[in-house]
Design a protein around this ligand. Structure first.
Ligand code: ADP
Ligand code: MG
Length: 350
């Protein structure tokens, strides 16, 4: 489905591991003060002085987390960085460095890895993080990418999942469900393409949601905004698996309950119209669809005036005592229990 714009195919065996690493990493620049030694030695050297260091790792496996028949490699490289930076921002920290490790089969030519690294480089540049290392090895079949992100946060400014208190407001950034509906559109087009390869998909009606799927943005801007507004959330998590499972993580770890109001959940008009087209309930998608990489946080009621009216931040509910349980208050004002549904289990149903 994705046109091959780069017909040249140089086998990886032509370069060897050393030359390959050199080639892929030669344009990375160091911009962070904390990076003392970057790529090129046995290990990177970092100096965070008095700041606390935050570390997070994610693993992306072909066929499990991504499908190269509709994900361009450049987007994949970008997304691999985003999903990790999102975890750092969810700690209220600033991301500073990443390492990128790949296992790749000989099915991939050098040009494919150049594409992947172009995405990594763009993400690193846009978000101001240094690529300070990684590892490169072969795999017998698919592509595996592991990214480790490192960040910094002043002592006592980190925000954990465990700090929410009853009566705190539940706040979400951006809007939900877009990435999942984008995936539905891409998967449908893939099936159409299988039947007729000459049929180029028209995705112009779905630009926002397809971009949410292929090119997610981590919410660095929110960490900056919270600092500016002088709001320290009481708890925070990023939304990788869907609102319901992230809400449950906050509740379980903070030992509180929650009431989430269905009519407050922010949805983009394109998500609503695409849900109608696919005959899926948009609330179900917001609750269970994955990969939006928005931030979900709780804030003390005292901080409400500081966030009021900010279009990036939507209050969708409030925390309660633990014994009240976790509920969605529907538009019809009935209360239904929130249950965990990973987005993979949802995928099997649709
Ligand atoms: P080692 O044999 O110690 O694992 P390598 O030859 O694998 O060392 O790596 C040499 C340097 O290149 C190191 O700084 C390492 O972090 C970096 N590096 C290796 N692979 C990658 C990669 N895929 N992306 C970024 N940096 C890499
Ligand atoms: Mg190595």
């Amino acid at each position: 489905m994705i046109e091959d714009k780069n017909p040249q195919r140089t086998p990886l065996s032509e370069l060897g591991e050393f030359k390959l690493i050199e080639h892929l990493t030669e344009h990375f620049k160091v911009t962070q003060k904390s990076t003392i030694k970057s790529i090129g030695d046995d290990a990177a050297v970092l100096n965070f002085e008095k700041k606390q260091v935050v570390v997070s790792t994610d693993l992306l496996v072909e066929g499990v987390h991504f499908d190269l028949s509709y994900v361009p490699l450049k987007h994949l490289g970008y997304k691999a960085i985003m999903v990790n930076l999102s975890d750092i921002y969810a700690m209220n920290a600033m991301a500073t460095q990443v390492t990128v490790s790949i296992a790749v089969s000989n099915r991939f030519p050098l040009e494919a890895l150049e594409e992947l690294y172009a995405g990594v480089a763009t993400a690193a540049k846009m978000y101001g993080v240094d690529v300070v290392g990684g590892d490169t090895t072969s795999s017998t079949s698919g592509l595996i990418i592991s990214v480790t992100a490192i960040g910094e946060v002043e002592k006592d400014n980190e925000v954990l999942r465990s700090g929410a208190k009853p009566n705190d407001l539940l706040v979400v950034t951006g809007d939900l469900g877009g990435a999942y509906m984008g995936l539905q559109v891409l998967e449908r087009e893939k099936e159409v393409f299988k039947v007729n390869p000459n049929n180029q998909p028209d995705l112009s009606m779905y630009t926002y949601i397809v971009e949410r799927q292929l090119k997610p943005e981590a919410r660095k801007d929110i960490v900056e905004l919270l600092k500016e507004l002088k709001v320290k959330p009481t708890s925070m998590i990023d939304i990788s698996d869907g609102l319901s499972s992230e809400v449950m993580h906050l509740c379980k770890q903070s030992k509180v309950g929650v009431d989430v109001y269905e009519n407050k959940i922010p949805l983009d008009p394109q998500v609503i119209s695409t849900c109608e087209e696919f005959n899926i309930d948009s609330t179900t998608i917001a609750l269970n669809g994955g990969e939006d990489y928005e931030l979900l946080m709780t804030i003390s009621q005292e901080d409400f005036p500081k966030i009021k009216g900010n279009t990036n931040l939507t209050v969708i509910g409030y925390m309660t005592d633990e014994d009240r349980g976790m509920h969605l208050v529907t538009r019809a004002e009935t209360k239904i229990p929130i249950i965990a549904k990973g987005w993979n289990s949802l995928k099997d149903q649709v």
